[in-house]
Design a protein around this ligand. Structure first.
Ligand SMILES: CNC(=O)c1cc(Oc2ccc(NC(=O)Nc3ccc(SCC(=O)O)c(F)c3)c(F)c2)ccn1
Length: 317
């Protein structure tokens, strides 16, 4: 990646402007911190190369590539990049900070969020589809291939932004080597992976139908507030049962009958996770099905749902 071509249109942020760093997360490859920008007076997130490891040319190129991707993929529902910090001893991507964390927390921290009303859950599903649909509409299509509730971030008003923490080494290697993703045992979760990913004899094309499988699993997780295959103890168990065709149960115990548009949502879900990738819907198709459902809610329903989660978070934090 040519740093000049990138930084000619993307702000270069001097390291000295980034203060109050707080550690957020780390992978084999990079580390994410929260920070303040001393001139912009805002909170930002910075994804940097491991500070201790000598910044290898390849690692630096990976992060530059990511900055370029994020810069090109600017959209309402994709995490926003503010700039890069490119100094010999410090190299990082600077993005917006998503104050309400990940969808994973919203769904499973039931003490903090005892109630997440349906209008907000459906808006979240709709906005995830808008974000991924945008990526798939780029030319060439940008495939996420690591959609999971930990990579779906929420801003101050609980609007969705698609992210990719992608901090594990093998994932970066797969980007640079252009190979498929490595087996999930290396830290990744299997629950969002389509069965064709497990096939050893993989001559997989860069599959546009990978993401919609992950999206179908996320739909089930959002509507049930359960961890898919929560009874399994080993990833291999999940892989084998998924290869045999088992999927999360869509019965009323997991998906309550009072979900608005329950039938349509279950149809999209079961279509999205079918074994044959060619039978899975496009995100455009998912959006066309979801649009009328969102129109049924008026703005107030959604705002009341947001207020309810804000109040409960405030009371319990
Ligand atoms: C409580 N709040 C937080 O903790 C927090 C942490 C945070 O940290 C980061 C998380 C992710 C990234 N980077 C990233 O998302 N990159 C990326 C790359 C490719 C694609 S699209 C194609 C593909 O997936 O390959 C894509 F959608 C995204 C980052 F730089 C910082 C950001 C905001 N808030």
């Amino acid at each position: 990646v040519n740093i000049c071509s990138l930084t000619s249109t993307l702000p270069v942020i001097p390291y000295r402007k980034l203060t109050d760093l707080h550690y957020i997360s780390k992978g084999g490859f990079g580390t994410v911190f929260r920070a303040q920008h001393s001139d912009w007076r805002t909170t930002v997130a910075i994804k940097c190369l491991k500070l201790d490891s000598p910044v290898g040319e390849r690692e630096r190129n990976c992060l530059l590539k990511e900055a370029e991707v994020l810069h090109k993929a600017r959209f309402n529902y994709i995490i926003q990049i503010f700039g890069v910090c490119n100094e010999p001893e410090f190299f990082c991507i600077v993005t917006e900070f998503m104050t309400n964390g990940s969808l994973d927390e919203l769904l499973h921290e039931k003490d903090m969020y005892p109630v997440v009303a349906w209008p907000l859950r459906l808006r979240i599903l709709y906005e995830i589809a808008l974000g991924v649909n945008f990526l798939h509409n780029m030319s060439p299509p940008l495939l996420h291939h690591d959609l999971k509730t930990q990579n779906i971030l929420l801003d101050g008003e609980y609007h969705v932004k698609i992210a990719d923490f992608g901090l594990s080494k093998w994932r970066q290697l797969s980007i640079t080597k252009g190979s498929g993703s490595k087996p999930a045992e290396m830290g990744g979760t299997v629950i969002y992976m389509p069965p064709e990913e497990f096939e050893p004899s993989k001559n997989r094309r860069a599959d546009v139908k990978y993401d919609v499988y992950s999206y179908a699993i996320i739909m089930w997780e959002v509507l049930s507030r359960r961890i898919p295959y929560e009874d399994a103890t080993y990833p291999m168990q999940i892989m084998f049962s998924v290869l045999r065709g088992s999927r999360p149960d869509t019965g009323p115990d997991n998906l309550p009958t009072d979900i608005p548009g329950r039938e349509t949502l279950i149809n999209i879900m079961t279509c999205g996770w079918t074994t044959n990738p060619d039978e899975r819907p496009s995100f455009l198709h998912c959006l066309i099905e979801l649009e009328p459902m969102l129109r049924k809610f008026d703005e107030i329903d959604v705002l009341e749902a947001v207020l309810e989660v804000k109040r409960s978070k405030y009371m319990r934090s």
